[in-house]
Every structure is written in structure tokens, then in C-alpha cells.
Design a binder for this molecule. Structure first.
Ligand code: NDP
Ligand code: A1CAB
Length: 256
């Protein structure tokens, strides 16, 4: 048995990426209702409404609005939140979610990232009860699922995995810009950067060799890669650590 009634409250960049994957994996669109102020269509067969329907509560209620909106939307969701509440809100803790949804059967906090649209994302979870098998199946379809039982680490997980795609895209852009600065055609440099990083990650994933070791394999002794790595090694680790710390701090602020 899988869920027959799933409501998504908000369907922006992140929730729509999750829904896209679930529909691709065979979720019946007739089982899905999206509540969004714009009423913008989502996918064929998915009901989209502007207001919370006056109907029996869904089995799964996904909260996909911005964290700052939670206080506005929660009062209108009391009757709708008696099943499983799944929150993807950055920063927002289980205790806060429980306060907003006191009647929820269970509350699951998940932190997905955009590649879930292709089933190649990451979803970190923490919950106030064991995750129901039907929900676990849906989450598994999104990519790597990591349970993070210590919720105090969730802001850091959000920085690394939730925001991580943005940081990775910045690196790809920097590679392309660097190539263009050396005279390559910018469009060609972008293609080269994306294909190079995509291929490098595919190799790392398939190979099982730690990325640090793979980097050493590219850097032939006395060769040019070493010269480049020497430059990165003067500050990349510190810069990325600062980047994650800044994002982690902001997640904590968003949580109030
Ligand atoms: N973007 C990402 O990569 C990630 C985001 N998240 C989390 O996902 C959540 C959403 O982020 P994101 O998708 O980027 O944001 P978006 O701005 O893309 O989407 C926000 C959604 O909220 C909807 N909305 C606004 N007000 C209401 C309301 N009153 N009732 C119902 N829906 C409403 C909007 O509706 P409409 O479309 O009609 O305007 C929109 O669909 C955040 O909490 C964020 O922390 C987590 C991990 C990664
Ligand atoms: O930027 C944000 O607030 C959210 C959290 C993780 C990714 N996007």
C-alpha cells in the first residue's frame, strides 16, 4: 500500500524537484494535490489549488514553503496535518514543527537537494518517530538517504548537502571563467568545465577511490596539475570551511 493522498504545501524549486522524481517513479498524479498561491500548473494530472482544501487530511503533508512562511501557513493546516508531516524547511527544528502541528501523527524533517529530480540527490532525515515504510520508499527514490539522528547537526548537513549543489555549480563556473580568461571561447569553456566535473564525479562515484587519492592520480610527478593544485591548496579548504560555516549560521538563524 502506498499513499493515496499526498498534499504539497508550496511547490517551488525544491518540492517540485521531489515531485518530478516521484512522478517519474510512477506516483499516480491523481494522488497529489499542490497548494500554492499562484495556482500555477505543476504536472499533468496533479491537482493544483490556491487554498487548503476543506477535505479529510492527507496521509502525507509536505511543507515546502520558505521557513519564514511557516507561521503564516501552519494555522490553516491544522485539520490537514493529522497524518505524517514532512518538512523540508531549512533550520526549522522538530520542536518548532511539533508546536506548529500538534496533531501530527509523526513529523519528519528532511533536507533534500535539487538533484533529487533525477534520483541523484541527497536526503538527510531526522524524525520524532520511526519513518513509515511508505515514506521511506518515496525518500529512497530521491537518491542517497542519510538518517542524522543528532538534530543539532542538521544545520551543517543542510549547508553541505542542501546548499552543496550551489557551491559545486560555483566551482564549475569558476573553472569555465578561468578557461575563458586563458583565451578559450566562453561557451566552449563552459561545456568543457561541466563535462570535466561531471566525468570526474562519475569516476569518483564508480571507483570507490577517495577523491583526494584520485586527485593525486591526475597530478603526475613534476607535471602541470601539481602546479595548479599547489595554488588551490593555499586556501580552498579554509574558504570552503568558511562557506559552510556561514551557511550553517544562517540555517540556525532561519530556525529562530
Ligand atoms: N532550493 C533548494 O535547493 C532547497 C530548498 N530547501 C527548502 O525548501 C523550501 C522551499 O524552498 P524553494 O523551493 O527554494 O523556494 P521557492 O521560493 O522556489 O518556493 C516556495 C513555494 O512556496 C509557495 N508558497 C508561498 N506562500 C505560500 C502559502 N501561503 N501557501 C502555500 N504555498 C506558498 C510558493 O508558491 P508559488 O509557487 O505559487 O509562488 C512556492 O511554490 C525552503 O524551506 C528551503 O529551506 C531545502 C533544500 C534545498
Ligand atoms: O538556501 C536555502 O535557504 C535553502 C537551504 C538549502 C538549500 N537552499
Amino acid at each position: 500500500m502506498s499513499f493515496r493522498r499526498i498534499w504539497l504545501i508550496g511547490c517551488g524549486n525544491m518540492a517540485s524537484a521531489m515531485l518530478r522524481r516521484w512522478l517519474d517513479c510512477g506516483l499516480d498524479p491523481a494522488h497529489v494535490t499542490v497548494v500554492r498561491p499562484s495556482g500555477a500548473p505543476v504536472a499533468p494530472g496533479v491537482r493544483v489549488v490556491r487554498d487548503v482544501p476543506d477535505e479529510p487530511a492527507p496521509e502525507l503533508l509536505l511543507i515546502g514553503v520558505k521557513p519564514q512562511m511557516l507561521g503564516d501557513v501552519a494555522p490553516g493546516l491544522q485539520a490537514a496535518s493529522t497524518g505524517i508531516v514532512l518538512s523540508i524547511l531549512a533550520g526549522t527544528k522538530l520542536t518548532s514543527l511539533r508546536a506548529h502541528f500538534p496533531e501530527a501523527g509523526s513529523i519528519v524533517r528532511a533536507m533534500p537537494n535539487l538533484p533529487v529530480a533525477l534520483g541523484k540527490g541527497v536526503v538527510a532525515t531526522v524524525s520524532d518517530a520511526p519513518i513509515a515504510p511508505d515514506l521511506a520508499r518515496l525518500l529512497d527514490q530521491l537518491g542517497l538517504v542519510e538518517h542524522v539522528p543528532d538534530e543539532t547537526l542538521f544545520d551543517a548537513v543542510t549547508a553541505l548537502a542542501g546548499s552543496g549543489p550551489a557551491f559545486a555549480y560555483r566551482f564549475v563556473d569558476a573553472l569555465a571563467k578561468g578557461g575563458a580568461a586563458l583565451g578559450l571561447d566562453p561557451a566552449q569553456a563552459s561545456r568543457l568545465a561541466l563535462a570535466t566535473v561531471g566525468g570526474a564525479l562519475a569516476l569518483a562515484r564508480g571507483d570507490g577511490t577517495p577523491p583526494g587519492e584520485l586527485a593525486e592520480r591526475v597530478a603526475s610527478k613534476g607535471g602541470s596539475t601539481r602546479e595548479g593544485l599547489n595554488v588551490l591548496d593555499t586556501g580552498l579548504d579554509d574558504l570552503v570551511a568558511e562557506c559552510l560555516a556561514a551557511a550553517t549560521r544562517r540555517n540556525a538563524e532561519l530556525g529562530g
